[in-house]
Design a protein around this ligand. Structure first.
Ligand SMILES: Nc1ncnc2c1ncn2[C@@H]1O[C@H](COP(=O)(O)OP(=O)(O)OP(=O)(O)O)[C@@H](O)[C@H]1O
Ligand SMILES: [Mg+2]
Length: 253
């Protein structure tokens, strides 16, 4: 699903990502951890096609994205990628509903409103759809951002510390939601976190230090009831959108 070869990102003389190579399987949940400044957000920006590397290649679904034009890149992002940023990046002049609809409208989907309503209901905001971001709490804004990230059913979801500045209850809700939506839609989930417990829920954890992946930990807690291997999860991904029967899903809560 995601493959990275010898990825390097420099800012002038400063190398913030050194020759990183990795592979993330379809449907896998990967946590990216490491000290502040180790290059996590930089790596994610490159994987998501939001930034361009100084060297190396990124393949999303076998398509090499680093050499694409801006136009092709935004098409790929629209089709394949959803993001949850730490600061939400909601449009202040649009309601919760309109914020969630936006990416679907950009893709020209006729069911944008219906889908947005469904997702907002799913994240517990049925009663807040017509609120503007300024009229929502932090946790509510975060849930809107997550609903928005899912509105196009992205095959890949990137989340940069989605629980970073939430209380533990709201943090737990967001995590539950991310994992649940990840399971329901079988999106590949790449999550940056400083929380070891959360990282422990992933299939694999990539630990970064000074711009390098210094360790890959296969977590065997088996939320999906499966063991992971360092080379990626084995087994096929079922081509269904709704599942709800995956064994062990309740363990995540
Ligand atoms: N535009 C930029 N110009 C110069 N240096 C940058 C730029 N963006 C990031 N850096 C540097 O790259 C390094 C990695 O940054 P990055 O944001 O990837 O860290 P991080 O691992 O996400 O950290 P945190 O946990 O604090 O979010 C940092 O030392 C940062 O100062
Ligand atoms: Mg960061």
């Amino acid at each position: 699903m995601i493959e990275v070869k010898s990825l390097t990102r420099k800012y002038g003389d400063l190398t913030v990502l050194h020759d990183v190579s990795l592979k993330i399987e379809r449907g896998e949940f990967v946590a990216v951890t490491g000290p502040s400044g180790s290059g996590k957000s930089t790596l994610m920006g490159l994987l998501a096609g939001l930034d361009r590397p100084t060297g190396g290649q990124v393949f999303l679904d076998h398509e090499e994205i680093t050499s694409l034009t801006e136009e092709d890149l935004s098409r790929v992002r629209g089709q394949k990628v959803g993001f949850v940023f730490q600061n939400f990046l909601l449009v202040q002049t649009l309601t919760a509903l309109e914020n969630v609809m936006l990416p679907a409208e950009i893709m020209g989907r006729a069911d944008a409103k219906e889908k947005a309503e469904e997702l907002l209901t799913r994240v517990g905001l049925a009663e807040r759809m017509h609120h503007y971001p300024a009229q929502l709490s932090g946790g509510e804004m975060q849930r809107v951002a997550i609903a928005r990230a899912f509105v196009n059913y992205p095959p890949i979801l990137f989340a940069d510390e989605p629980t970073g500045n939430l209380d533990s209850l709201n943090g737990d809700r967001i995590v539950e939601l991310l994992l649940d939506l990840n399971q329901t839609y079988e999106s590949t989930l790449v999550l940056i976190t400083h929380n070891p417990e959360l990282a422990g829920l992933s299939d694999r954890e990539f630990r970064l230090r000074d711009g390098k992946v210094v360790q890959v930990v296969a977590h065997r807690r088996g939320l999906r009831g499966k063991a992971s291997s360092p080379n990626g999860r084995s087994g096929s991904r079922r081509p269904v959108q709704k599942r709800g029967t995956r064994s062990g899903s309740g363990v995540r809560k």
